[in-house]
Write a protein that binds this ligand. Structure first.
Ligand code: ADP
Ligand code: ASP
Ligand code: MG
Length: 442
């Protein structure tokens, strides 16, 4: 069996939903189809929650009305204008919309927001189930809220998820195809939660790992992982093959096509991941696997919203334990470090979550002089960057960046990546300069 995940654009209209039904109709028996919400829906749900947090009830109501119109149109296009036909998807959509309206009556809580955000995937899967069944496909729903669990740390609870998933699958021995929601889950307390924005990829990878799939397919709106960010650089090209670690670095450092955490479960279970294009199903896409290096640089990605924290201390000189204290401070505030550089008297680290920054700086001031520099971008170059003596690859990269003020560089930890830190204003020219040098583009 395979796991096939379809993103928001892939199920973004009635026609696209029918097209996905065409694509999954011939999936191997027992395959699991993971769906995102229809494109734009989760953003709209975020917007509704924002209105509710601000107490702007008319703003929320208007947005819910617009969403209702959109889903009415999709239901009519797929199932006809007679509301007495195809009752199941119509009722599921009506339930979700009614739940959104119910939140217009009081103050919104964080838990309420999570319930609101879950409605997109609940609606898209309810619609798809009927489209598949209407075609005579024996499709069964695996409700994600009945099996996908995260721990108190927000990590997937693989054991309980595996047990519950297996049980649900066993309850449907006649099913030829399973359908499930990406993104949504329950937390350790049993309340509705999610795997963060873009999390349907992560759902697919977790499910693929637990169900021991032969392949995890991520179907999206582009023909695989490109060698640079197509939103910023022209003339990018798909990369045909990536090692799990290369894909993980690219996803973590900003290649939006994959959720940052989604490679790990597939890698641990050695399940190939294929990135495919719903709009061009015959295109080969990108295969992510445990493949040997071909000696090339594969791709570049950029991660925005980075903050640089620098700690300078005379006490670091010849002392041990200094870095331990610095790391412990970040750990105490549950803030992870992206890249770092050290010298004898200073250490610089970058973080992408600055929600605890003030408290972190406060604690770090015990150990040295602290400065903070915001609005940075990490540009990560991924591929074969092994440290062979005769390799001038790093030299070439540095020459390509000759006119760009690089703030920090991380090289040597991995033979698969070089990460550089630049000002946000320099992001575009950094991406273009690297593309021109590495791939003769832009
Ligand atoms: P989905 O809704 O299917 O999950 P996403 O919007 O999350 O799709 O991801 C696909 C998008 O990722 C592409 O349309 C593209 O704009 C963006 N993207 C960013 N970097 C890359 C890259 N290196 N290769 C391919 N796509 C990328
Ligand atoms: N619908 C969710 C989002 O837009 C999850 C996903 O699409 O992967 O973030
Ligand atoms: Mg996505």
């Amino acid at each position: 069996m395979k796991v096939l995940k379809f993103g928001g654009t892939s199920v973004g209209s009635a026609a696209r939903i029918e097209h996905v039904a065409d694509l999954v109709a011939h999936a191997p028996a027992g395959s699991i189809v993971v769906l995102s919400a229809m494109s734009g829906t989760t953003n709209t749900l975020v917007e509704i929650a924002e209105y509710l947090y601000k107490g702007n009830i008319p703003g929320a109501q208007e947005t819910i009305n617009a969403l209702t119109e959109r889903y009415d149109a999709v239901l009519t296009e797929l199932f006809g204008a007679d509301v007495n036909t195809h009752p199941e998807p119509r009722a599921a959509v009506a339930r979700s919309l009614a739940l959104l309206r119910s939140y217009c009556r009081g103050a919104l809580t964080v838990q309420g927001e999570k319930e609101i955000l879950a409605q997109g995937e609940l609606m898209s899967t309810a619609i798809m189930l009927e489209v598949l069944r209407r075609r005579g496909i024996a499709a069964a729903m695996l409700p994600a809220l009945d099996y996908m669990r995260i721990t108190a740390d927000g990590e997937p609870d693989m054991e309980s998820t595996a047990t519950a998933l297996r049980r649900l699958i066993e309850l449907e021995p006649q099913a030829q195809l399973f359908l499930t929601q990406g993104y949504i889950c329950r937390n350790h307390a049993g309340a509705i939660d999610n795997l963060r924005r873009g999390g349907s990829d992560y759902s697919a990878s977790i499910i693929g790992a637990l169900a021991d799939a032969e392949e995890i397919q991520i179907w999206t709106d582009i023909d695989g992982m490109h060698n640079n960010d197509p939103r910023y650089v022209e003339g990018t090209r798909p990369v045909r093959m990536l090692h799990f670690e290369e894909a993980a670095e690219l996803a973590y450092f900003g290649a939006k096509i994959l959720h940052p955490a989604c490679v790990l479960p597939a890698k641990l279970h050695n399940i190939p991941v294929r990135l495919l294009n719903t709009l061009e199903p015959q295109a080969p896409g990108t295969l992510i696997c445990n493949c040997p290096s071909d000696g090339t640089v594969k791709a570049i990605a950029a991660k925005d919203g980075i903050t640089l924290v620098n700690i300078k201390s005379g006490r670091m000189l010849l002392a041990y334990g200094f870095l331990h204290k610095v790391f412990e401070t970040f750990e105490n505030h549950r803030t992870s470090i992206d890249i770092m550089a050290t010298s004898e008297v200073a250490v610089s680290v970058t973080i992408d979550d600055d929600s605890r920054l003030a408290a972190i700086v406060d604690d770090l001031m015990e150990f040295g002089t602290v400065s903070v520099d915001r609005n940075k971008v990490i540009v990560c170059i991924v591929g074969d960057l092994s440290h062979s003596d005769d390799d001038s690859r790093l030299g070439g990269i540095m020459r390509a960046l000759a006119d760009i003020p690089v703030r920090m560089i991380s090289y040597g930890a991995s033979e698969r990546s070089v990460a550089i830190l630049v000002d946000a204003d320099d992001k575009l020219r950094t991406l273009k300069a690297l593309s021109a040098h590495l791939f003769n583009e832009a």
